[in-house]
Design a protein around this ligand. Structure first.
Ligand code: UD1
Ligand code: MG
Length: 451
């Protein structure tokens, strides 16, 4: 029978080192809160459970985490007395005979599911505790894994480490997997006789080793385990995560002309044979079908892009943009809440918000949907095969019919029937020789002034 796993994610810390009004684990990388990344790495088979340990005042954390993991159970750590104390907030669950208990920190967003699986595999093979470790040249701030004779004997926190121990480059990655039958007793035995006066989770190791338990280290690459403790650490984790995502995207058959300049979100979903030019940013909620071409400097979020679409350069697609196959969105166009049917072209300098545009329509340069009157958002519909002349202002609510033709420079405020031609501008006046006369007049004025 499959082993049942309880995952406990610690998220009750203050995150003071972030110096931010936002709780640490709600800071995002790839558009997803740190805790969301950790949740995503945890085992979620039937029979598994996830517990989140939160601070009493952190309502925002609770609300956000509930969205990310509706099945997670929440436990409040009333006082911040350290990581071992935090785990004990979920003590009730520790008695429920899970085979494996995985403890992770909410601030280690680069954890991968396969590493948790590896640690659990070691438990299944007989290990009692598996500690994640990584080598780094910058071990400052991490607990150090102290080994003797090639075996882990204890973890010492930076603050407690001797000068000799501080030189150790093998650090505690933070996540641990422990046999369910052992964890509660190990935690209860932890004291707080240290410089911070806290119950350290890491202090379960030395007594376990002394008892002869099988304590093993799972060595991981630093880029899979770094913790986020301050803003610089957040940026470093983002950079690592982006690198990983770019590799994943390219492995899926997407061409990135300059991968290091393209930023993805956690859920960016791009089909094979899409070509992406340099400097493109993806916010959450983007899906792109095969054969699309995304040109440089485009900013895209919450958008669905059909096959063979051409986007940018310098395009902005905002949430609710749904582009069918072969749509073209050109430079300096902004699109929002828009259903755009096959083959539509919006090539230059437009804003289209709260619109539905029928297949094959051409939206001329500088066309603006005037969708907001300061109070309400109104909707614009444009039928298939319509032609909207350049520099038109389409004042919603408005319906423009199929095959309609709007003259350039129009302000259109009333509905236009199918196949109709609409002008909404002053008529042109041309005066023969008028330009010549005007110049003569201006020259005369200037002469008089200079006298
Ligand atoms: C911790 C480890 C350290 C390890 C590092 C890896 C301990 C004592 N130290 O240090 O060995 O190298 O992570 O990133 O475990 N938290 C609570 N309640 C508390 C205290 C902390 O829920 O009372 C949570 C925090 O929200 C955070 C996690 O536990 O998600 C770790 O706390 P943090 O203060 O970041 O510990 P580190 O100093 O990074
Ligand atoms: Mg930390």
């Amino acid at each position: 029978m499959a082993r049942r796993c309880l995952s406990i994610i610690l998220a009750a810390g203050e995150g003071t080192r972030m110096r931010s009004a936002l709780p640490k684990i709600l800071h995002k990388i790839g558009g997803l809160p740190l805790v969301g990344h950790v949740l995503g790495a945890m085992p979620a088979a039937a029979g598994d459970a996830i517990a989140l340990i939160v601070a009493p005042e952190a309502e925002a954390v609770r609300i956000e985490a509930q969205k990310l993991a509706p099945k997670a159970r929440f436990f409040t750590q009333r006082q911040r007395l350290g990581t071992a104390h935090a785990v004990l907030a979920a003590e009730k669950l520790l008695g429920e005979s899970y085979d494996d208990v995985v403890i992770a920190y909410g601030d280690t967003p680069l954890l991968r599911p396969q590493h948790i699986e590896k640690a659990r595999h070691k438990l299944a093979k007989g290990a009692d505790i598996v500690v994640s470790g990584f080598y780094t040249d910058k071990p400052q701030g991490y607990g150090r894994l102290v080994e003797a004779g090639g075996r882990l004997v204890k973890i010492v926190e930076e603050k407690e480490a001797s000068a000799q121990e501080k030189k150790i480059k093998l650090c505690n990655g933070g996540f641990m997997a422990v046999k369910g039958a052992l964890i509660a007793a190990l935690l209860r035995a932890v004291g707080k006789d240290n410089s911070k006066g806290e119950y350290y989770l890491t202090d379960i190791i030395a007594p376990a080793v002394a008892r002869g338990l099988d304590v093993e280290v799972l060595e991981l690459a630093a880029e899979d385990i770094v913790g986020v403790n301050n803003q610089a650490g957040l940026a470093a984790a983002e950079a690592l995560w982006q690198q990983r995502k770019r590799q994943e995207i390219m492995a899926g058959g997407v061409s990135l002309q300059a991968p290091e300049t393209v930023y993805f979100a956690y859920d960016t979903d791009i089909a094979a044979n899409v070509f992406i030019e340099p400097y493109v940013f993806f916010g959450p909620g983007v899906r792109i079908a095969a054969g699309a071409h995304i040109r440089a400097f485009s900013h895209i979020e919450g958008a669905i892009i059909g096959k063979g679409a051409r986007i940018g350069p310098y395009a902005r697609l905002r949430p609710g943009s749904r582009l069918a196959d072969n749509v073209a969105i050109g430079n300096f166009c902004e699109i929002k809440q828009a259903d755009i049917a096959e083959g539509v072209k919006i090539n230059h300098l437009s804003y289209m918000g709260d619109v539905a545009i029928g297949a094959g329509s051409n939206i001329g340069a500088g066309t603006i949907s005037c969708n907001y009157d300061g109070y309400n958002k109104e909707k614009l519909t444009i039928g298939a095969g319509a032609f909207i002349g350049s520099n038109s202002a389409l004042v919603a609510p408005l319906a423009i019919g199929r095959g309609a033709y709007i003259a350039s420079g129009s302000v259109i405020t009333r509905n236009v029937d199918d196949e109709a031609l609409a002008f909404g501008r002053a008529r042109q006046v041309t005066k023969p020789e008028g330009g010549k006369r005007l110049r003569a007049l201006f020259a005369l004025k200037k002469q008089r002034k200079s006298r």
